[in-house]
Design a protein around this ligand. Structure first.
Ligand code: GLY
Length: 256
């Protein structure tokens, strides 16, 4: 099982209210509430035993609090990504220098490749990479080559119309995979102990296993009960303001 010691998060910018969204009907985020939810998120990571580094807000990038997308942190190396969303590409400035404080071995994705960390799901030494509108085949191939050079494996996963791979499935360790209906018939995931997320609770397909806990978005009772029934300890967090701009629990941190 992966054990994490560190997390990196980025304070939400006031421009967060203009983050990319496929759910405008949910309304704009309330910035003050988003800040409080972010503080609770940091507190939850600390409760899971992590030392949390909070980076300053980047007003020029509305989605920059979703720091998971700018890097992939493995046990052996870290990757600086190249986000597929044009408005997010500049978020990688300074990320290499930041990661160099923790890693000796760094890689970065080169054009024309794109990859966002939300499309990368780590299952032990195997990595699943969603070929989404944000992550292209070239970016996935570069990442897979980097993985294989270090003894890991990687494989691309064809995507349904879902933002990121981890929008629709999350690995909970111990062989357990949370799966949204969009991924239910995927042969790639047939060997997992699958916890199927009810369609009306699909947002809860993005949960976060951190050491001894699973962090679950508040307000999804079926998902919560299923995760507890799988024997896992849970922490619930209100994510209402991030959901409005397509952000989930995993998006808000890098963990390693
Ligand atoms: N709003 C998060 C994203 O689209 O990347």
């Amino acid at each position: 099982m992966n054990t994490f010691k560190h997390a990196i998060v980025r304070k939400p910018a006031k421009s967060l209210v203009d983050g990319i969204t496929t759910h405008p009907e949910l309304g704009k985020p309330d910035y003050e509430l988003a800040l409080r939810q972010h503080e609770a998120y940091v507190g939850a990571l600390e409760r899971c035993g992590l030392s949390v580094r909070v980076l300053p807000a980047q007003e020029e990038f509305p989605d920059s609090c979703f720091v998971e997308d700018v890097a992939v942190c493995t046990g052996r190396f870290a990757l600086v990504t190249r986000p597929g969303a044009d408005t997010r590409r500049g978020e990688i400035a300074g990320v290499r220098e930041l990661l160099a404080e923790y890693y000796d071995d760094l890689e970065e994705i080169r054009a024309p490749g794109t990859i966002e960390g939300g499309d990368v799901m780590m299952v032990g030494e195997a990595f699943y990479i969603g070929l989404s509108s944000r992550t292209n085949a070239d970016g996935a191939a570069q990442f897979i080559a980097a993985l294989e050079r270090r003894g890991y494996s990687g494989r691309g996963v064809k995507m349904p119309p879902t933002l990121h791979l981890k929008t629709g499935c999350s690995y909970m360790e111990e062989g357990v995979l949370l799966v949204d209906r969009a991924f239910a018939a995927y042969p790639e995931f047939a060997s997992f102990k699958r916890v199927d997320i009810a369609p009306e609770e699909s947002y809860a397909a993005n949960c976060l296993r951190v050491n001894d806990y699973v962090i679950v978005p508040a307000g999804y009772p079926k998902a919560l009960a299923a995760i507890r029934a799988a024997g896992m300890r849970t922490i619930e967090l209100d994510m209402s303001e991030y959901r409005k701009i397509d952000g989930g629990l995993s998006c808000l941190s890098l963990r390693f």
